[in-house]
Design a protein. Structure first.
Length: 249
């Protein structure tokens, strides 16, 4: 996160650290991407966060990556569901969304606490110019390798037409994504924040409106962050989570 501040305990209780290590290696798990807890057994993340041949864990209730905190819950992943039309080009990622079904018993995976909570799905588009929040452990203006402490920042939803102008992203944008940030630069998501939340307030409730997806570097003028448009995938999310939770968990 560029232009961010340290998150206080419990302020972003749906934030996930998605951690990976090479299969069968004895290396420790390393933070790879963000994610978002939407149900006790379901995490949303970016499609491009799903590498192959990786051993994966999901860490909830964490602020500091290098310390074991009493608020943490560490869960294994039972199933990875990558969007059927996920596609990456040199410029953009399309349909950049995946679901992780967590391992649990009797339909309970994450336990709700003050530090671990689900976030609601949105039920409609929100207005351009609205202020929303992004968070993550990704690169900052001072550290390309990311931060140990979770950071967050406020960004503005940017009109799709505006963001599709030639001097911004032109024709690479589609309806599976939207832009948010500050066209003057400075405040943005960055590498390592991918898959993590962009939440906004809708009817006095925080909703997960975007997932950190891509951008032309970070924090640059006229190159805002691009986010997976969660409202575009509501039916997909519902079909996948309902189909699976009726049989398993
Ligand atoms: C990345 O490389 C990345 N400024 C994520 C977000 C943004 C740029 C790059 C948005 O994962």
């Amino acid at each position: 996160i560029y232009g961010g501040l340290k998150v206080v305990p419990g302020a972003v209780p749906w934030q996930v650290s998605l951690q990976m290590r090479l299969m069968n290696s004895n290396q420790p798990f390393r933070h790879t991407c963000g994610g978002v807890l939407i149900e006790s057994c379901w995490v949303l993340t970016a499609g491009h966060c799903i590498g192959q041949m990786k051993d994966m864990q999901v860490v909830l209730g964490s602020l500091s990556l290098d310390t074991e905190e009493p608020t943490e819950q560490i869960l294994k992943v039972e199933e990875v569901i990558l969007h059927e039309n996920y596609r990456e080009t040199s410029q953009a990622a399309y349909n950049d969304i995946a679901l992780l079904r967590l391992k649990g018993t009797d339909g309970v995976c994450a336990n709700e606490t003050q530090f671990v909570k689900t976030v609601c799905l949105p039920d409609a588009q929100l207005p351009d110019g609205m202020e929303c929040k992004i968070s993550g452990w990704g690169a900052t203006e001072n550290s390309q390798y990311g931060t140990n402490h979770l950071l967050d920042a406020n960004v503005l939803l940017i009109d799709q037409e505006k963001c599709s102008e030639k001097g911004i992203y032109g024709s690479v944008l589609d309806n599976s994504m939207f832009c948010a940030g500050h066209l003057l630069g400075g405040v943005d998501s960055c590498q390592g924040d991918s898959g993590g939340p962009l939440t906004c307030e809708q009817n006095n409730t925080n909703v997960i409106y975007g997932l950190v997806s891509w951008g032309d570097l970070c924090g640059r003028k006229n190159k805002p962050g691009v986010y997976t448009r969660v409202t575009h995938f509501l039916d997909w999310i519902k079909s996948k989570t309902q189909a699976a939770s009726s049989s398993a968990n």
